[in-house]
Write a protein that binds this ligand. Sequence first.
Ligand SMILES: Nc1ncnc2c1ncn2[C@@H]1O[C@H](COP(=O)(O)OP(=O)(O)O)[C@@H](O)[C@H]1O
Ligand SMILES: CC(=O)OP(=O)(O)O
Ligand SMILES: [Mg+2]
Length: 398
Amino acid sequence: MIAAPNAILAVNAGSSSLKFALYPHHGIEIASARLSGIIEGLEPGGAPTIKMSGPDGSFSEPIEVAGEAMFEQALVALEKVLERHTGGVNITAIAHRIVHGGARLSESVLLDGDMLAYLATLSRLAPLHQPHNLAGVQAFRRIFPELPQVGCFDTAFHATLPVNEQMFALPMKLREDGIRRYGFHGLSYRYVTDCLLERSQRAAAKTIIAHLGNGASACAVAGGKSVATTMGFSALDGLMMGTRSGALDPGVLLHLLRKGWNVQQLERTLYKESGLRGVSGISADMRTLHASDDPHAALAIDIFIHRLVRECGSLTAALGGLDVIAFTGGIGEHDVDVRQRVCEALSYLGMRVDEQANRAATGDSIATIHTSDSSIEIWVVPTDEGRVAAQDAARLIS
Ligand SMILES: Nc1ncnc2c1ncn2[C@@H]1O[C@H](COP(=O)(O)OP(=O)(O)O)[C@@H](O)[C@H]1O
Ligand SMILES: CC(=O)OP(=O)(O)O
Ligand SMILES: [Mg+2]
């Protein structure tokens, strides 16, 4: 009898959805994802649905849940769906994307009770991500108690940030309380950095990676290491995002507090009602904004690009020049118009975008979109955060 192939299940548990992908592996050798998908509607009162695409094509089906423990019931359903569509792979570990590893964790780790207790203390630093990530781990531990669970941290890639990039100009005592810049989207930055280092002679020098998804940030990478990044203490800083404000004058917060706003109102506004959604009044989805002829939609896109161009200038200054820029995340991989406008605004650096190559880069595979006389390479790299997590899990269980 031939043994079922081994595979690692990489998951990203959010507030109301769970993204997953299954990576076959042979020891520490990881293959491309065999299938990937999302369970949506996991909020109380929601109607959980599983969407998946893999070798048998794409499908979407509701998950039957009754009473409490919706998350656990969804995982049991996921296990059955995976069994049906993979012909029975042998899952060897679950690799969890967890946004915050704090100052202590600069690498992925096996998750046990002590480690989870430490990670729970970081929830206050990432209130909209960390509690959901950890609830995901707990649910998987209950449903699959025999499987190793591995934590892979968004902050880990930024452990190399120099101290002047980590520090706020605040009283030193606050730094001792953990109030410093951490940076996020590290799994994506690691994936893109590895892709670039494999393919470009110049990527080892001075590179900016723009991760433009629902959450968005950009990172300056030198010699494969993070040296500056736009997200800081929380996943709110830096670029304008789908529903988050990005960098904001702290005076605005003081003003609103003085007007009587409470923490919940501030949190909701900054995380959920700002960014593309807040400015446009229409949607957080870039595709919807492009399709709209409302002037507020155009204004939202315009601010998004303006903020990104300014941050690229700042990151270029931190690097002392620029050799390579890479676009990734849903917008970075697919949005021809945003890439064109950002690159044209950065032409003062000697960046020349090839309009035809840009139009042809659809995010299905890695592409370059610069002209032969551009002094800066421009890349489009479809990211794969799950693969980085799966690699680490394979290493940790081997
Ligand atoms: N073809 C496209 N053109 C422009 N934007 C796109 C396209 N496809 C996806 N996006 C945008 O990508 C964003 C989601 O990015 P993604 O990286 O998938 O999200 P997440 O951060 O949840 O992983 C949305 O704003 C969406 O509009
Ligand atoms: C850290 C962060 O912003 O993550 P996401 O883009 O998944 O919201
Ligand atoms: Mg994302």
